[in-house]
Design a protein around this ligand. Structure first.
Ligand code: IVH
Length: 817
């Protein structure tokens, strides 16, 4: 490529990349995949490396980071970064408006309303159109120079083109981590067992202070701008400044509004009180600013804040409610999260019934006792949290919450690693949610590809004891008759700390009544969602009377449910759920003791299995009534479809099976590499550490994972079972044609591009001539065929190990072609 061609291509690539960046950050749209995007970026970087003089400071390649900052330089702001006065009420706003009118001596002014963004304030300085400095607010006078990190934020203009751009100007705004990114990062951290980021604001501020800008680049920070400063800007109103910022390509939140009168400001505040929760970031109020710059000057400043602007802060909504119980959720990695079940209370427009308690420390910090009254607060998108307890309303018999010491799913004793806040269930092999995670991986598209086994079905099969590990999947065929009638979804069940199985109130009411549809009950419950349990049940009785549906018997059964619940205070209350055993007893009371039903409901995960356990001979009509408690059940069509999918998976090649069995740290590519290199599970198991390390891309960690996997008898048992079911644990040998013996006993590797062979062809060719193809450079090689553009590091290693390099022609002569 000539210099001129490169220059043209670089311009073209830069424009494309800037376009996609802009689209992504301003409009949350992507026209191309991440992969295609990375390809463009890589091409750009390649060209810029080859033609270093064509590298511009504002090239989009400069956003991938790379600079390491050991310590951030402190820099003085050219004009102080002030803060705003806060108000919390309409009265305070009226007082502010009166001060403005008095200061100006008339009421001929306008306001400009913006949201108050909850992020990290930043100041950007541009000189001759180029971004030269990005500084945090610091103490208002001096802040940290975080330019290298800010450059990685992909929609911050690195250069402003066009005419009429002032020689020097400054823009200020708020850097934030979009809520979606924040949640995504925390899901990933949760999966890796890392400590969670507390909130998006801290996450943004922490990210901005990271030393490695490459890591910053991956975090997808964003920024909203709201202030333009400089001597030669040529605007006289804030509104014009905002439009200039938009025109220059700065990201301005489209939420602003010009308001003529305070009334309009007040209705803006009301409009956004709830609507702000749909914005991509947290906001905590509204900022109103006098629009005209001359008027701003006339009004001036107090010691710390301008007299021409003020913030109105929405109060974090707070409510008091009672703790009913605590459930402990077990994640797919075994991490335990306690969740508080609350008496429903209305908060920021929604009904809150649950709040996360995070971990044992949090429970201890709050000092929660059973049945305490607690304060809940809701900040934006994030699930509500308990901020404090109300000791004045504590009941005399209550006691401090005892954190569980064994797993609510499998009973294994929990562990807590040093320095970590969360408890973990160490039973990775048979704890149901952890098994679920492993099986989901096993059946996934890129592994065994059994799409007739979705998450819901897997969970149902695990909870009802049919699957304990991936080998069990292949036993299902012989248990088809048992599957018939089995419940297909676990969504309607919840297990309480003591192990007792609960079922949704909706299902319970549906089964207890006659002539009322599930949909009618669902609609009713949704409408009454803010009522506590007993009031909901009373209201339901009233509704039955309004509907006039079998009033005496339906009302009576709901009545019996109420008494049942009241008679058993030892079973904790959970909003929207009732103990399955109490409901079943209403049907079976004359046939079996409650204690026995309760016992069975601790052992099994669904009504179907409880009934099998109780082994009762029920008349048809009663069976039909109880059936209404169940979810959809497995029927013949579904079962045969599932079995067909399972059987088809037996044809998956060894590399897929190797990936599926979930050896830690073995991804799809490594599985492929290992499968091709060793050819069978036995050889992989028997390989020495040296032999493993010989494979390209295999390091110490992987060797350790492989060793650990084969050291567990359980894994060996599962593999043996899978082998018995006919899964592939060896690569399929293509019918190899023997062309000669010229390479007998020789170990060969080809590197770089070859003229006469494609990648797979050379492997077959070497084997067809009696040789062994090896996929990595090692001292065991007899020689390497050196193709075009062989990697320099490989070459260096080969020379160091004394492995001879031969050309492709020499090789062909050697085999007599
Ligand atoms: S204007 C002199 N507009 O709030 C006024 N600030 O308490 C300069 N903030 O440091 C600020 N959203 O970090 C302004 N739309 C907005 C804002 C905003 C958030 C932050 C900013 C500032 C702090 C002042």
């Amino acid at each position: 490529m000539t210099h001129a061609e490169a220059a043209a291509r670089i311009t073209e690539l830069s424009e494309q990349i800037n376009h996609y960046n802009q689209l992504y950050y301003q409009e949350s749209k992507s026209e191309i995949s991440d992969y295609e995007f990375d390809q463009l970026l890589e091409e750009l970087i390649r060209l810029e490396t080859e033609f270093p003089d064509l590298l511009n400071l504002d090239s989009p390649s400069q956003r991938i980071g790379g600079a390491i900052t050991k310590e951030f330089k402190t820099v003085a702001h050219e004009s102080r970064m002030l803060s705003l006065g806060n108000t919390y009420s309409k009265e305070e706003l009226i007082a502010f408006d009166e001060r403005v009118a008095k200061g100006l001596g008339h009421t001929n002014y306008e306001y400009f309303c913006e949201m108050k963004f909850d992020g990290v304030a930043i100041s950007l300085v541009y000189e001759n159109g180029q971004l030269v400095r990005a500084v945090t607010r610091g103490d208002g006078t001096r802040g940290d120079d975080v330019t290298a990190n800010v450059r990685t934020i992909r929609n911050i203009p690195l250069r402003i083109g066009g005419t009429n751009v002032p020689g020097k100007f400054e823009v200020r705004g708020e850097i934030f981590l979009p809520l979606k990114e924040f949640l995504k990062i925390n899901v990933e951290r949760e999966e890796k067992g890392e400590a969670l980021l507390a909130n998006p604001r801290n996450a943004a501020s922490g990210t901005l202070k990271m030393q490695d800008s490459r890591v910053v680049a991956k975090r997808r920070l964003n920024c909203y701008f709201y202030q333009l400063l400089g001597d030669e800007i040529g605007v006289s109103k804030h509104e014009e400044a905002i439009h200039l910022l938009e025109k220059w390509g700065f990201n301005v939140s489209p939420t602003y509004l010009k308001a003529g009168k305070l009334e309009e400001v007040l209705s803006y505040i009301e409009e956004w009180r709830e609507k702000r929760f749909s914005l991509p970031l947290d906001t905590d109020g509204v900022v109103l600013k006098v629009n005209d710059y001359d008027q701003r000057e006339e009004l001036g400043f107090t010691a710390k804040t301008p007299r021409w602007a003020i913030a109105y802060k929405y109060k974090a909504e707070n409510a008091e409610t009672q703790l009913l119980s605590i459930t402990y959720q077990v994640g797919r990695t075994g991490a335990i999260t306690p969740v508080a079940n609350l008496s429903p209370v209305s908060l920021a427009g929604t009904t809150v019934k649950r709040a996360s308690l995070h971990n044992a420390n949090e429970i201890e910090r709050l000092g929660i006792h059973t049945e305490d009254f607690v304060f809940v607060e809701k900040g934006g998108e994030i699930i509500p949290k308990i901020t404090a307890v109300n000791p004045a309303r504590r009941e005399s018999g209550s006691s401090p919450i005892q954190y569980i010491d064994s797993c609510p799913e499998c009973g294994t004793e929990l562990i807590r690693r040093d320095g970590e806040a969360k408890h973990y269930c160490p039973n990775t092999t048979s704890c149901p949610p952890q098994v679920l995670g492993r099986i989901e991986h096993f059946v996934s598209k890129r592994a065994m590809d059994i799409d007739s086994l979705g998450t819901e079905r897997i969970r149902a099969l695990i909870d009802q004891g049919f699957i304990r590990n991936y080998a069990d999947i292949y036993e299902l065929e012989s248990r088809q008759s048992e599957l018939l009638g089995l419940e297909m979804s676990q969504d309607q069940y919840e297990r309480e700390t003591s192990g007792t199985l609960y079922i949704t109130l909706q299902k319970a009411l549906f089964a207890l009544t006659e002539g009322i549809s599930a949909k009618q009950i669902q609609d009713f419950l949704e409408e009454k969602t803010e009522l506590p349990l007993f009031e909901t049940l009373k209201a339901f009785q009233d509704q039955i009377r309004i509907w006039k549906k079998k009033v005496p018997s339906n009302v009576e059964l709901v009545n019996r449910l109420i008494y049942q619940l009241k008679d058993h205070p030892e079973l904790p209350k959970m909003e929207d759920f009732v103990p399955v055993a109490l409901v079943l007893e209403l049907f079976l009371g004359r046939r079996v003791e409650l204690a026995q039903i309760l016992e069975a409901s601790k052992k099994h995960g669904a009504v179907h299995m409880i009934l099998l356990d109780l082994n009762l001979d029920l008349p048809g009509e009663l069976s039909e009534r109880i059936k209404k408690l169940k979810s959809n059940t497995f029927q013949e069509g579904v079962i045969s479809n599932m079995i067909a999918g399972i059987n088809a998976s037996k044809a998956q090649p060894f590399e897929k099976v190797l990936f599926a069995i979930g050896i830690r740290n073995i991804g799809e590519n490594t599985a492929q590499l290992l499968a091709r290199h060793f050819g069978s599970i036995d050889k992989l198991q028997a390989a020495t550490s040296e032999q493993l390390l010989d494979v390209n891309g295999v390091g110490e960690t992987l060797v350790h994972s492989i060793r650990e996997f084969f050291a567990q008898q359980e894994n060996l048992d599962h593999i043996a079972k899978l082998q018995a079911h006919g899964l592939n644990f060896e690569i399929e040998h293509k019918e190899s044609v023997q062309l000669g013996t010229a390479l007998a006993g020789k170990r060969v590797l080809a590197s770089g591009k070859l003229q006469n062979f494609k990648r797979d062809e050379i492997v077959d060719f070497v084997q067809a001539h009696g040789g062994q193809y090896i996929s990595s450079v090692s001292k065991n090689l007899d020689f390497i065929i050196e193709g075009e553009e062989m990697g320099p590091s490989k070459k260096e290693k080969a020379v160091k190990l004394g492995v001879p390099l031969i050309s492709e022609e020499e090789f062909l002569r050697m085999v007599g072609n």
